[in-house]
Ligand binder design. Structure first.
Ligand SMILES: Cc1cc2nc3c(=O)[nH]c(=O)nc-3n(C[C@H](O)[C@H](O)[C@H](O)COP(=O)(O)O)c2cc1C
Length: 182
């Protein structure tokens, strides 16, 4: 198990080759998410999936939001956003739905575990990778409207999924900070 955890990696936009994943792969990720530990089983999240045929729409929405909020938009950023349909396979927008039954921090903790489950699932795929992005206009008024968020919901980023040629597994982590008490 530790090996699976250690070899889970984020794969980023520049590594994505434009290959499109099957819907069943995406369903597997979403099904893994609901196995997160969850106090009172609130499972306080929902997802909005942009499939390959909706990536142009996603790209247009993000560019629109960015341009509206930045009077002097950076061309480089816009070009990156316009490359999404060619690079990405699917985008899963991650939405926190606070239940009010447990403290908010517990809801965020559960959401983090849910995304980790998606990460671990896609790590088992040879030709696909993903990363959690909290950039790209998250929670902007425009994206809130596009995702049809209710006022109490919080947009917590996206899981960007793409085909990859090379699966990376190596990384470095420090020793855990622990004090043992006997
Ligand atoms: C809550 C959260 C938000 C993140 N947001 C971004 C982001 O906006 N852009 C990005 O490139 N990576 C983002 N990441 C991914 C980290 O960059 C990545 O986990 C880190 O580089 C460690 O690499 P690893 O996931 O391969 O271990 C995010 C990760 C988490 C947990």
């Amino acid at each position: 198990m530790l090996k699976i955890i250690q070899e889970r990696r984020s794969h980023f936009l520049k590594e994505f080759n434009g290959q499109k994943a099957s819907d069943s792969l995406i369903h597997n990720l979403l099904n893994a998410a609901v196995w997160a530990p969850s106090h009172k089983l609130t499972l306080p999240f929902r997802f909005v999936v942009y499939g390959p045929e909706n990536l142009e729409l996603f790209s247009t929405q993000i560019v629109q939001s960015y341009s509206e909020r930045n009077p002097d938009p950076k061309q480089e950023k816009i070009q990156k956003m316009q490359s999404f349909p060619d690079k990405l396979s699917h985008v899963i927008a991650i939405v926190l739905q606070p239940s009010q039954k447990v403290p908010l921090w517990e809801e965020y903790a559960c959401l983090g575990a849910a995304v980790q489950n998606m990460y671990l699932s896609i790590s088992q795929e040879e030709n696909f990778g993903a990363y959690w992005t909290t950039g790209n206009e998250i929670d902007s008024p425009q994206m809130r409207e596009n995702l049809k968020l209710s006022p109490d919901e919080i947009h917590c980023g996206y899981f960007f999924i793409g085909g990859i040629d090379l699966k990376r597994t190596q990384a470095v982590r420090p020793e855990p900070k622990v004090e043992w008490l006997y």
